[in-house]
Design a protein around this ligand. Structure first.
Ligand code: URA
Ligand code: SF4
Length: 225
C-alpha cells in the first residue's frame, strides 16, 4: 500500500483518484487547512463535516501520527480534541514532552464512521486504499514540519508508514528508522510506535495501558533531549 512514494497513490480509480491533485504547491499550514476542504481524493469527504488537517507549530520537533479524526474532531475541525486526545495530551505531559514541540496529525483527514450510538457517530477504521489515497497530505505535512521524530499511534499509523505487515505489539517503544520507500524531502531521524490512546480507554486495565503509553513516549522525550 503506502510502501511507495506518497503523492503517487497505488490504488487509484475515478472514484478515488488520491489527494495529490488537491495538495497546494506552496506549502503552509493555512494553505493546507484550506485546501483539504476541497479534497475529493477518496469517498470519505462525503459523510464527514470537514477535513481535519494536522495542528501544531511549524517548528515542532515531534510529529504524532494518529489514525483519523473522530466524532469531536470532525465537528471542531481540529485533531485530538476528543477523549483520545485528552489521554494523549496527558500522556505527553507525563512523559515530559513540551506540547509546543508537538505537531498532531492523522494518516486520514476525513472522519470515517458507520452507524450511531445515541448522538455519537461510530468510528470505522479507514481502509488501506483510503489511507493510500490520503498519503499526499501527510507527505506535505512532513515536508512542511520536517520533524526530528515521529510517534506512530496504533496500527493504522504504523501500516501507513511501514506497510501492512506492521504490528504495534512487535515494535512499540523501540526507536526505528523511517523507511526508504516512503519518500519525503528530509526524513525524520527516528520513528517510535506505541499504542493508540483510544486503546487505553478501551483497555481492561486502563491504568496499566496508560503507563505503558507514557513509558513509550518517554523514549521519544529522551531522544528529543
Ligand atoms: N483519534 C485519532 O487517531 N485522531 C484524532 O484526531 C482523534 C482521535
Ligand atoms: Fe481527501 Fe483524505 Fe479526505 Fe479522502 S480522506 S477525501 S483523500 S482528505
Amino acid at each position: 500500500m503506502v510502501r511507495r512514494a506518497p503523492g503517487y497513490p497505488a490504488v487509484m480509480s475515478e472514484e478515488r483518484p488520491g489527494a495529490a491533485e488537491w495538495v497546494p504547491e506552496r506549502l503552509s499550514l493555512t494553505a493546507l487547512r484550506e485546501a483539504v476542504q476541497d479534497c475529493r481524493g477518496c469517498e470519505l469527504y462525503r459523510d464527514a463535516t470537514q477535513g481535519v488537517m494536522g495542528a501544531g507549530r511549524r517548528t515542532a520537533r515531534l510529529m504524532v501520527l494518529g489514525e483519523q479524526p473522530g466524532d469531536h474532531e470532525d465537528q471542531e475541525g481540529e485533531p485530538f480534541v476528543g477523549p483520545a486526545g485528552k489521554v494523549l495530551d496527558r500522556a505527553l505531559a507525563d512523559a515530559g514532552i513540551d506540547p509546543d514541540d508537538v505537531f498532531r496529525t492523522n494518516v486520514v483527514k476525513h472522519f470515517r464512521w458507520s452507524g450511531t450510538r445515541g448522538k455519537q457517530r461510530l468510528h470505522k477504521s479507514p481502509s488501506r486504499a483510503q489511507v493510500a489515497a490520503c498519503a499526499p497530505w501527510l507527505a506535505a505535512e512532513l515536508q512542511l514540519i520536517r520533524p526530528t521524530g515521529v510517534v506512530l499511534l496504533g496500527g493504522t499509523a504504523g501500516k501507513a508508514v511501514y506497510g501492512s505487515s506492521f504490528t504495534v505489539g512487535d515494535t512499540r517503544g523501540r526507536l526505528a528508522t523511517w523507511p526508504d520507500d516512503f519518500v519525503v524531502g528530509r526524513p525524520p531521524a527516528w520513528v517510535l510506535a506505541t499504542t493508540h490512546p483510544s486503546a487505553v480507554l478501551r483497555a481492561d486495565d486502563r491504568q496499566a495501558a496508560y503507563e505503558d503509553l507514557v513509558a513509550d513516549l518517554a523514549v521519544a522525550a529522551r531522544e528529543l533531549g
